[in-house]
Design a protein around this ligand. Structure first.
Ligand SMILES: [Cu+2]
Length: 316
């Protein structure tokens, strides 16, 4: 009895959810189990895609209801058992003109906003920053162009350990199994970020559903895309082009943070000015170049061990 009650409650709750489109279609950025509709995402592009999809879906539903409704009505109302006799005409110019013109008008009405949205999606001008994305078998590399910051991003060690140990991961213990990386792509919110996307070996595709697009990464070719994330958060994606045996093990994680936080993060990732690699060539070069007029002033200073870091700082 109690069980039956619970079942009814659930049915009513589901019914209420389905009856209210706003509730049923309010999606979080990442897909989840039993999701019925596409997500809205967190960018203008993803919102555009969602709206275009909803317009077309509504048009399809209305057409479906009218066509199948008319068909069902005609079949039932004019059935043979009631003595209906089929008309014998074979052509009707007026009907043909109407059923050609109406679909053309509907198609144009749908194509117009869709084309405007597509054009906006491919307009990478006026971006505040550019990130180069390179696909490798089987990881991603991100270069913040002009910032001197670049790193690779590959499957996190925990996911790698689980998949190779034969252990059975659970949603509770490993909620981001195969969807976590060692180094996340950090991006600022409310900033137009341009991506240039390529690959080093085979074709990959960079895809984060919450951003609203998917772009092929092709060796020898540079594809472009852009995003402007509105909501801070962590958004996950995957390689979307079969690229070899570990295609399923090169996830993408984007972390969108405030502009201030991003500036701090970027500064922390930049190579230190007095990095130990930089001053090293100076003492070596000093004896050779000592006689050269251009380096005559700098060489003795660089040769002195305690002055070396300063020389390095000046170079950096
Ligand atoms: Cu790939």
């Amino acid at each position: 009895m109690m069980q039956a009650k619970g079942w009814w409650k659930r049915l009513i709750a589901t019914g209420a959810l389905l009856a209210s489109p706003a509730l049923a279609w309010a999606q979080s950025a990442d897909p989840h189990r039993w999701q019925l509709n596409m997500g809205r995402g967190v960018t203008a592009s993803s919102q555009n895609a969602y709206e275009a999809h909803m317009i077309v879906l509504i048009v399809c539903v209305v057409i479906g209801v009218i066509v199948f409704g008319a068909m069902g009505y005609a079949m039932f109302k004019f059935r043979r058992s009631k003595g209906a006799v089929a008309a014998q005409f074979s052509h009707n110019t007026t009907a043909e003109v109407i059923w050609t013109v109406i679909p053309v008008v509907i198609l144009i009405a749908m194509a117009w906003p869709a084309t405007a949205k597509l054009i906006a999606m491919y307009d990478t001008r006026d971006a505040a920053m550019t990130v180069k994305v390179t696909g490798y078998q089987w990881m991603w590399k991100y270069d913040y162009l002009g910032e001197g910051v670049s790193f690779t991003s590959r499957l996190d060690r925990e996911s790698d350990r689980i998949r190779q140990s034969g252990e059975q991961p659970t949603l509770e213990a490993n909620p981001h199994y195969l969807l976590d990386v060692d180094n996340r792509l950090v991006l600022p919110v409310d900033t137009k970020v341009r991506f240039v996307i390529t690959a080093d070996d085979v074709i990959h595709a960079w895809w984060v559903p919450a951003l609203g697009w998917k772009q092929d990464a092709i060796p020898g070719l540079i594809n472009e895309a852009w995003t402007e994330i509105k909501t801070p958060g962590v958004y996950r994606g995957q390689c979307a082009e079969l690229c070899g045996k570990d295609h399923g093990f090169m996830p993408i994680v984007v972390e969108a943070v405030s502009k201030e936080e991003f500036a701090r993060w970027l500064a922390s990732k930049k190579p230190a000015p007095a990095a130990p690699v930089e001053p090293a060539p100076a003492p070596e070069a000093a004896p050779v170049d000592a006689g050269a007029p251009a380096d005559a002033g700098a060489a003795p200073e660089a040769a002195a061990p305690d002055a070396a870091p300063e020389a390095g700082a000046a170079q950096g």
